[in-house]
Design a protein around this ligand. Structure first.
Ligand SMILES: [Zn+2]
Length: 284
């Protein structure tokens, strides 16, 4: 860390120590876990457009191809483990420094690191929902069924996106068999918010409530490109809640940030709110 970043981290550390922090995390927090952020500087630029709700529900061929790609992507996402950044956030929560934890990520890695009460704005890839009966089921069961239904499927993904989708030629997806809801035979979909789909209102209002009650809104690893995340920063500013951002590369939150740290999260976060003896002495 250069000296400017060290100073910034010390300042953020002071704010964290005051408690009342609401964390809003994005894809940049999970890149160290091997899940690429296709918007961030470390991510591969994705070639295909993200699945939209309209396409998923309206186009059976596109839906079949999506499931084939998502089936491959799960091999990466489903095996990903939390990193030091997720562990730091869980530790802050354990110590009572957090007022709330909101994530744009669908990988479940905050919970895997031990965090509780996570507001998952865009859902979770590990849950499957039925569009017809509304039933929820686990991803692992579905993956077993997909594997059984496609014994000869041998495509290999070239790149995995943060939403569990992969890059793959359509030709390789032909013949993939989709499975349906065990209860009603309806259409299954990962319980995540697609492009063109709105975040459920109760989740949004819960997140707004948390921001309203915060001392600090701390954005971790989000470029705030999409309004679904940026609106919480705008709300914080409006309500006089200070905003800190730790993100690698440019962020659209920059005009609103009281503190902006452009440094790797894996370096910054483990250094915040530490309770080592050396650290306490240094802070005196
Ligand atoms: Zn169903």
């Amino acid at each position: 860390m250069d000296f400017e970043v060290v100073e910034q981290v010390a300042r953020l550390d002071g704010w964290l120590g005051e408690g009342g922090v609401v964390v809003l995390s994005g894809a940049g927090l999970s890149t160290d876990s091997g899940i690429p952020d296709y918007r961030g500087p470390s991510g591969s630029a994705r070639r295909n457009t993200p699945m939209t709700y309209q396409t998923f529900t309206g186009d059976p061929v596109a839906r079949r191809r999506y499931w084939a790609r998502s089936h491959l992507g799960w091999r990466t996402i489903g095996r990903a483990a939390p990193n030091d950044g997720h562990r730091a956030v869980a530790r802050w929560q354990e110590r009572g420094l957090l007022h709330g934890l909101i994530t744009q990520n669908v990988d479940g890695l905050h919970q895997a690191a031990g965090a509780r009460d996570v507001v998952e704005l865009h859902g979770n890839l590990a849950r499957i929902t039925c569009l017809d009966c509304g039933g929820l089921s686990g991803r692992a069961d579905l993956e077993h069924r997909l594997t059984a239904a496609n014994p000869d499927f041998s495509a290999v993904a070239s790149a995995v996106n943060a939403d569990g989708d992969v890059e793959l030629d359509d030709a390789e997806l032909d013949g993939f068999a989709v499975v349906d809801c065990l209860s009603c035979g309806g259409t299954l979909k990962p319980d995540v918010v697609y492009f063109g789909e709105t975040v459920p209102a109760d989740r949004v209002s819960r997140a707004f409530e948390l921001v309203a009650g915060a001392r600090t809104l701390l954005v971790l690893g989000s470029s705030l490109t999409v309004m679904s995340g940026r609106r919480f920063v705008l709300r914080a500013v409006k309500q006089g809640v200070r905003v800190a951002i730790v993100n690698r590369g440019v962020t659209r939150g920059e005009p609103y940030a009281d503190l902006l740290i452009d440094a790797p999260l894996g370096v910054v976060l483990p250094n915040l709110a530490r309770e080592t003896e050396t650290y306490r002495l240094l802070r005196q």
